[in-house]
Design a protein around this ligand. Structure first.
Ligand SMILES: Cc1cc2nc3c(=O)[nH]c(=O)nc-3n(C[C@H](O)[C@H](O)[C@H](O)COP(=O)(O)OP(=O)(O)OC[C@H]3O[C@@H](n4cnc5c(N)ncnc54)[C@H](O)[C@@H]3O)c2cc1C
Length: 423
């Protein structure tokens, strides 16, 4: 029996990480109404992280990316529809697809993700110039990589650096061009950024900071041959990856009259300004629990957490979304894991004397905001626990000789101020 307060049907636009999870979690919560999951991509819902890692290296095939096999959707009565939603009619509570078909909804979930930003420079349409978001993009990139000798990566963000690592491992000469003065500048602290500069340079990658792009040049057959920088210098290239961030896909929401400001605006329960429409994952700007500031986050954890919260609410268990953000990235043999969200730190405390395995604790005043762990997975788990429960750890305590996050957590448990920790 479906609860009286539950919508009788849920339509989800976008069958990526968040869209899939919404459908799966609805069924896990016992939701018995109809679920329609609409995908603009001609593929079963799949995970994106391997696209710049194992899949790109050829270590995983397409089926290994799938979040579930086709039989799952049949067994769970999840109607997987292939097509692009072109219009929402909020008054009629229906969506229309490019092929003219329409679906009515009791509740609509927008899980439309994001699309890679491009740079408006001459030559951006040349063959060999790529962005990376979809499995199709990864197949095209892999094909270019197989014949490449020199790759230029524009943007030293996570995707650019992950690709750079795979390309170096494949024996390709790689130059990374970044407009700011260090890699990962918007997402990690200076010590962690410094480590990644060292990691890539020591693996033979050239990193150029503070340099902008002017144009891409090609040969007579429209293949890219060189990247021209703003200072007029030219880098030869037969493959270019543009990794300069993403734009949230908000066009449907805007056209439907929902509030949009750098993402689809949602409240703490991930409801848009229309009570019959929610938005989740990369496309949603939601209030951070700790600061109240609205942010968009781009991570698997965020998409999954949002989806679970919305599914719970639609199945009758509403709650504010208050999960701790966390993220990971793999480059060469190095894994960085980030727990928490750094909204501007004042103090950095580095734990660990091994230059290849350390954690950086980021404090604002005495408030621990986030912890970045490089090859220290146990620190990451301890940090997640600590940040989730809340902590009065100060920078001075963390900087004391021999301080360890795990020991600190255990001592809290022994004092009865924390639940026992299994690390
Ligand atoms: C190469 C790569 C590597 C990554 N690595 C990591 C990592 O290591 N760790 C991590 O935490 N995160 C990583 N991420 C980020 C993570 O994958 C995303 O944050 C996550 O996929 C967001 O999920 P989502 O459901 O919001 O959007 P998506 O997974 O992008 O799904 C959105 C879907 O909606 C579809 N869609 C959009 N508009 C419409 C429409 N009008 N009609 C129908 N369908 C539509 C899109 O085609 C897409 O399939 C990576 C991302 C990429 C691209």
């Amino acid at each position: 029996m479906t609860d009286r307060t539950q919508p009788d049907s849920v339509v989800v636009v976008g069958a990526g990480q968040g869209g899939y999870q919404t459908a799966a979690s609805l069924r896990e919560h016992g939701y018995e109404g109809s679920i329609t999951l609409i995908s603009a991509e001609d593929a079963l819902p799949y995970e994106r992280p391997p696209l710049s890692k194992a899949y790109l290296k050829g270590e995983a095939d397409e089926a290994m990316l799938w979040l579930r096999p086709a039989t799952y959707y049949v067994r769970q009565s999840i109607d997987l529809v292939s097509g692009t939603v072109t219009e929402i009619d909020p008054a009629a509570r229906s969506v229309r697809l490019a092929d003219g078909s329409a679906y009515g909804y009791g509740h609509l979930v927008l899980a439309t993700g994001a699309t890679p930003r491009t740079l408006d420079v001459p030559g951006k349409e040349l063959r060999g110039v790529h962005t990376l978001r979809t499995a199709q993009d990864a197949v095209a990139l892999q094909a270019s990589l197989a014949g490449a000798r020199r790759a230029v990566v524009v943007g030293a963000g996570f995707i650019g650096l992950e690709f750079a690592a795979v390309a170096r491992e494949a024996g390709v000469e790689v130059t990374v061009v970044e407009a700011l003065d260090r890699p990962l500048a918007r997402v990690v602290s200076a010590p962690t950024a410094e480590h990644f500069t060292w990691l890539h340079r020591s693996n033979g990658t050239e990193l150029l900071f503070g340099r902008g792009l002017k144009a891409l040049h090609g040969d007579g057959r429209s293949n890219v041959t060189a990247v021209e920088l703003a200072d007029g210098s030219r880098l030869p290239a037969d493959l270019v990856l543009i990794g300069v961030g993403v734009t949230p896909r908000t066009e449907l929401a805007t056209a439907a009259g929902l509030e949009v400001d750098g993402g689809i605006i949602v409240d703490a329960q991930l409801r848009t300004t229309d009570p019959h429409i929610s938005a989740i994952g990369d496309c949603a700007a939601f209030p951070q629990v700790r600061s109240g500031n609205r942010r968009r986050l781009e991570s698997v954890q965020n998409a999954v957490g949002h989806a679970q919260a919305v599914a719970g609410r639609l199945a009758g268990s509403p709650r504010a979304y208050d999960e701790l953000p966390w993220f990971w990235s793999d480059q060469f043999a190095t894994t960085v894991q980030i727990a928490g969200f750094n909204e501007g730190h004042e103090t950095e405390v580095v734990l660990g004397s091994d230059p290849d395995a350390f954690s950086v604790l980021l404090f604002r005043g005495d408030d621990l905001q986030a912890v970045e762990s490089v090859n220290r997975p146990a620190d990451h788990l301890a940090a997640r626990r600590l940040l989730t429960q809340g902590t009065d750890l100060t920078p001075a305590e963390a900087a004391a000789p021999g301080f360890s996050l795990r020991t600190y957590l255990r001592s809290l448990a022994e004092r009865g101020t924390e639940a026992p920790v299994a690390l």
